[in-house]
Design a protein around this ligand. Sequence first.
Ligand code: HEM
Length: 428
Amino acid sequence: MQTLDEQLTSAETFLDDSFYLLLERMRKEHPVYWTSGLNGARFWSVFKHADVKRILLDGVLFSSEREGVMPVMDETLSAANRDAFGPGEMLIAIDPPRHAKFRELISGPFMPGAVMETSAVKTALIRKIFDDLPADGIIDLVDDLAAKIPMTIIADILGLPQERCADLLKWGKMALTSSDPEYSGGDAAATTEEGIHQIRECVRKLAMPRRRCPHADALSALATGAIDGLALTESEIVQNGTLMILAGFETTRNSFSGGLLALLEHPDQMQLLRDDPKLIRRAVEEMVRWANPVITLMRVATRDTELRGQHIKAGDRVVIWLASANRDDEAFENANQFDVTRAPNAHIGFGFGPHTCLGGPLARLELRVALEELLSRYEGFEVRGKPERTQANFVGGLKRFPIRLIARSSAAASRELQFSANATPTVT
Ligand code: HEM
C-alpha cells in the first residue's frame, strides 16, 4: 500500500483518472500538506481552489523565478527542472515587477485583438488539417489532430518551417513529460535537458539571423525586441522563443483530446452542442477545467507566511495542484460533473494573476474552431482503443486515442455514438 506522499509524487498515479479521488481526499483531509518526494525532495502541496488562486495571484511572495515552475517531486530532477524554465530570462519564470515589461514585449500576437484580427487565417489553417483527414476512417485523435492544430498555428505565428514541427513536438514531450518512460528511456533528468537543449538550438538557429534580417513574425519581433532601450540578449531571445513553443503544444493538445474524451463519455453533453453550437464557447472552458492539461505548478515562498494554519517558511517549495482546484466543490457547483453549459466557470486551467496564460485567447480560438469542425463534419465518432494517458503529474493528458471518424453520409447506419471504456468499438 503506497503512502499519500508516494501516490502524489509518483507519476504512475496519473495514468488513469482515479487520481481525482486522491486529490478529493487531499482537499478534504490535508488541503495544505507537507509532502515528501523522492531522494529528499520536500514541498508543500496546496489543493484548494481559493488557496491555489491566492498563490498564483501573489507572484512576489510566491516566486516563479527562484526555481522555475516545473515541480521538483524528485530531488535528482531539481537542476534539470529549474534550467528548463530559464529562471530570470523566460517570461514564465520572471517575477514581478520585471515580469510586466517582458510580458508587454512578447504579448503582441497573443492579445485578444490580434488573435481576433487573424482569426480567419488561423481558422483556414485548422480547416486544412481537417481537410487532410479521412472523410470516414480511423485516426489517432492525439497525433493526427489534437497535436497538429497548436503546432501548425504556433509555427505560423513564429515563422517556423513546418518541417521542423515533428521534431519540436518530440523534444517538447522529452522536456515536459520525461517522467513517462516512453519518452525518457529511464533517465528523466537527461531527457528533460536534451529536449530543452534541442528546442533551444533550433530556436537559436532560426531566431538569431532574424535580428539583422527580420521577417513579419513573432520570432523576429522577439529577436529585435528591447526593454527600456536595451536589446534582449541572445539567451533571452532563445529562452522566450522556446517558451512559446513549449507552452502551447502539449497544453492545447491535451485540452482538446481530453475534452473530446469527456464529450464521448457524456453523450448528452455532445448532443447539447450539436443542438446548440453557440454553447461551444462555454464547452471550451469546461474542456480545459475538466482535462486539466497543467496538473501542477511550482513556486518558492520568498518570506515566511501561513496558509490554513500551516507555517510556510521562506525558501520552501510550494506545489499548487490546479487539477485539484478545478474540481473543488467550494468553487464549482457539481464540480465532478462535466457540464458544457457551466456558467460562470471560474476554472484556473489557464492559471491566474500575473502569469495567467498569455496564449489563452489563442488556445480558446483553436479549441473552438476544432470543435466546430469536428461536430459539423462528422456525424459521430467510434472509440477504437483504450485512450492512454501520459505518465506525468506536471503537464498531463492523453498520448493516444484511436477513434473512427464517421462521415455524415455513412451515419444512417450508425446513428449515435456510444462510448466504451473497455475499448470495444461501439457505434449505434
Ligand atoms: C489550452 C491550452 C493552454 C493551457 C491550459 C495553458 C495553461 C497555462 C498556465 C496554467 C499558465 C500559467 C503558468 C504559471 O502561472 O506559472 C500558462 C502560462 C503561459 N502560457 Fe499557456 N496554456 C495554454 C496554451 C498556450 C498557448 C497556445 C500559448 C502560446 C504560445 C501559451 C503561452 C503561455 C505563456 C507565454 C505563458 C507564460 C505567461 C507569463 O508568465 O506571463 N499557452 N499557460
